[in-house]
Write a protein that binds this ligand. Structure first.
Ligand SMILES: [Zn+2]
Length: 479
């Protein structure tokens, strides 16, 4: 019974959100400010160049890059045939349907036109007889694409709804259980919800102006937050006491006071020591010392800072980025110390996330393997798909992470007089799912006798902390 109702609901939504999928007539009219054009759809796609002509904008093709640049006023949209990535005013967005090559150059589906071309230019489509009128402003029920991802921790689940644009939203606990996200004026479209895997979240379903989140029995809403840069709604779910009367549970929105913090993650902790040097110096102790010094250096420069641990306590790898997400951190830096079977290898390295599961070189991959092993039970109980979904959060800020890594490594190279070791990419679990620029710094090799001695000295620890703080500062200034 329940399944039938659910299926009917989903079917109704597919019909409501039909802009994307409908078959177009052989001729289609577009009107804009007293002008009109008639176009011939190409395989249910609309020629972009004719729309840009109608709007009085420009569509320019760069043959070298194979990319179309659409401009109108101050806004710029870049797209390419068969590419599922669109750059809207410098922000990279993953789309469901790639544009196609067409006689006019490039053609897109109506939903794409509405969301990624007209919306940035301040227009939207309205249906008229025989076609569409392109009118200013945001339509009521304007589509918003939502990508849900959940990460289960021992006591709580973090549910992140990534949004492709900024919306007004509020979250409420439903009296009968579950959660409803209200987004008046928005037509939410959920992407890849079938890939959501969580012990506490059963389903995420959209309706006009709302999203319904069905939860496992006894699970409720602990806190929620609507965040920007990138746009997302983050919910903390966990066990809530059963309410004797079916009254709505009052949930406080998490309010962040003051500026967004920088989150520093001292690698390892608790039973997980990380690498151990011949002198007995453990990676977990070293990273905590440097993290505290780094925190102080950043605070001296006027930045608020939070640590993922400020003692010997352990934390699951994915929980560390989740802390940064919950705090809406500006930057996430995970500190580690390396070890190599080759005793001569030394120097500091800065890593950022590799999304295709390949490291930039063999040494980078073995470093990632070493660090990912600390994931312990969590990584084992997480499905690969869940981790892929979490990757997506980082993919949106990947270029920024690369820039942050470069700034930090430049300062470390200056300090250590290094030339060869530098910025690398590898699939680190700890960076997975961070929704802000995130890097992992390997401050040096505990397997190298000389460097081990350096790393144990307070002076060198301070110099490393200062260099990393300067690198973070360089990055933030340039934003
Ligand atoms: Zn480590």
């Amino acid at each position: 019974m329940r399944k039938t109702v659910f299926f009917a609901f989903v079917t109704a939504l597919v019909i409501v959100g039909g802009l994307q999928a409908q078959a177009l007539p052989p001729r289609l009219e577009f009107r804009h400010q007293g002008l009109r054009i008639e176009t011939t759809p190409v395989r249910n796609h609309v020629e972009v160049s004719s729309i840009m002509t109608l709007l009085g904008g420009e569509a320019a093709f760069s043959a070298s890059a194979g990319v179309w640049a659409l401009s109108l006023g101050d806004h710029l949209v870049q797209l390419a045939p068969d590419r599922r990535l669109v750059l809207v005013d410098g922000k990279l967005t993953e789309v469901q349907d790639a544009p196609i090559s067409s006689p006019g150059g490039i053609a897109v589906r109506l939903g794409f036109l509405d969301d990624y071309i007209l919306a940035p230019f301040g227009f939207h489509l309205e249906t008229i007889v025989g076609g569409y009128s392109i009118v200013p402003g945001v339509s009521s029920g304007k589509p918003v694409t939502i990508r849900p991802a959940a990460a289960d921790f021992s006591a709580t689940t973090t549910l992140v709804l990534s949004l492709d644009r900024k919306i007004e939203a509020s979250v409420e606990a439903r009296p009968g259980g579950g959660v409803v996200v209200l987004m008046p004026g928005s037509g939410p479209r959920i992407e890849s919800a079938n890939r959501l895997r969580s012990r506490r979240v059963r389903s995420v379903v959209s309706g006009p102006g709302r999203i319904e989140v069905d939860l496992s029995p006894g699970v409720g809403l602990i806190s929620w937050n609507v965040l920007t840069g990138p746009n997302r709604i983050v919910m903390e779910l966990g066990t809530v006491p059963p309410t004797p009367t079916p009254a709505p549970i009052i949930v406080q929105q998490v309010t962040r006071s003051g500026p967004r913090p920088i989150v520093i993650d001292p690698g390892h902790g608790g039973p997980d020591t990380g690498a151990i040097g011949a002198s007995g110096l453990t990676e977990k102790a070293l990273t905590l010392v440097i993290a505290r010094r780094l925190a102080q250096a950043l605070r001296n420069a006027g930045h608020p800072v939070r640590l993922t641990r400020d003692g010997d306590g352990g934390r699951a790898l994915t929980d560390r980025a989740a802390v940064a997400n919950r705090l809406d951190a500006r930057v996430f830096v995970s500190l580690h110390a390396n070890a190599s079977t080759v005793a001569s290898v030394h120097g500091a390295e800065t890593y950022y996330m590799s999304l295709d599961d390949r490291a930039s070189d063999e040494a980078a991959q073995s470093t990632a393997d070493l660090e990912n092993r600390a994931g312990g039970s969590f990584v084992q109980e997480s499905s690969a798909l869940e981790l892929i979904l979490w990757d997506m959060a980082q993919s949106e800020v990947l270029n920024e992470s690369a820039r942050l890594a470069l700034r930090v490594q430049t300062r470390l190279n200056a300090l250590l007089g290094l030339k060869d070791r530098g910025v690398k990419q590898a699939p680190f679990v700890v960076l997975t799912g961070a929704t802000m620029p995130a890097v992992l710094v390997e401050v040096g090799f505990l397997s190298n006798a000389k460097e081990r001695e350096q790393l144990a000295s307070p002076e060198h620890q301070q110099a490393l902390a200062d260099a990393i703080a300067l690198g973070i500062g360089d990055f933030l200034v340039g934003r």
